[in-house]
Each structure stands twice: as structure tokens, then as C-alpha cells.
Design a protein around this ligand. Sequence first.
Ligand code: FMN
Length: 161
Amino acid sequence: MDALEAIQKRRSVREYTGEAIPRADLEKIVDAGRMAATGFNTQPWDFIVVTDQSMIAKLKIASRWMEKAAAIIAVVLDPSSRYWLEDGSAAVENMLIASTALGYGSCWLEGYTLPREEEFKLLLGVPAEKRLLTLVPVGVPVEWPTQEKKPLAEVLHWERY
Ligand SMILES: Cc1cc2nc3c(=O)[nH]c(=O)nc-3n(C[C@H](O)[C@H](O)[C@H](O)COP(=O)(O)O)c2cc1C
């Protein structure tokens, strides 16, 4: 699948079969995050890939359906870096697209992660001065959602708003 196809196909997947994913594919997904655009090329990120089922069970308090994810990628940022939030967001989107391209489902779980950020940081051994932007579950999808998007004509403006 090429990049444009993966971008078109990507949707938030919240139901997984529970099947494992090869480590090499998880590395490819994180590598896509690593290659994201980043202000001043600061690359203020670290990625923790959790595949251990007992840890996934602890993290699933963010959301029960995460239980059947093959892996959960925790995205850690250095908030002393000027564009940490934008950089982290670019990395997350790259990983969602890469997951799609490889045939896996994933979901940006920031809303569920942030209220429990400190708890998750402790569980994952994230240094106190770092931020945990989001958890990203990745897994084999039970089905592919088709969340509707605004039509291009509604959001595309040529030359002026
Ligand atoms: C910043 C951000 C935070 C999000 N937080 C959550 C979340 O906590 N839980 C969740 O199920 N989905 C979360 N999502 C996924 C959105 O709900 C989803 O992207 C949106 O509904 C559009 O659907 P789509 O991803 O299938 O295109 C988040 C997405 C973004 C960009």
C-alpha cells in the first residue's frame, strides 16, 4: 500500500483480534514515528513498545478494548523542547499511517491517557521531567471502520478562504 492509500484508509481501530504482531513490524511502525518532521530537528521523543500482556492489562484501564491489542506504544516527549507537542503529534500520525500500511489497526488515545499520565509514567518508568503524550494500541483489526470525513470541497479553498 502506498502512502496516499494508507492515509486515505487510516481510521481509529478500537477492536482487535488479540493476534500477535511480529517485532519487525512494530519496529517499522516506531521507525515511521522517528522519521517525523520536528521543529529544529530536535527529535524530542522516545517510544516504549509494550507487548507484555501483564503490562497491557495494567494499561488497559485507559480503555478496556486495549486489552486485545498486540502492542501499546507509549509516546514520551521532552516538554523543554519548544515544539514538543507538535513534534509528538507528527510522530503519532506517522505511526498510525505506518500501522495502516502494514495492515494493522491503531488509535491515538490521548484523551484517555492524559488523565492517568502520572500513573502510566510510573508504571512504564518514564522520567518525571518527561511527558507521556499518548498511548497508541496496535493490533490486528476485527474490522476496518469507515468513519466519514468532511468532503474535500468543503475544506479546500484555492487562493483565499
Ligand atoms: C488528539 C487526539 C486525541 C484522541 N484521543 C482519543 C481517546 O482518548 N480515545 C479514543 O478512543 N480515540 C481518541 N482519538 C481518536 C479520535 O476519536 C478519532 O481520530 C476521530 O474520531 C476520527 O476518527 P478516525 O481516527 O477514525 O478518522 C484521539 C485523536 C486525537 C487526534
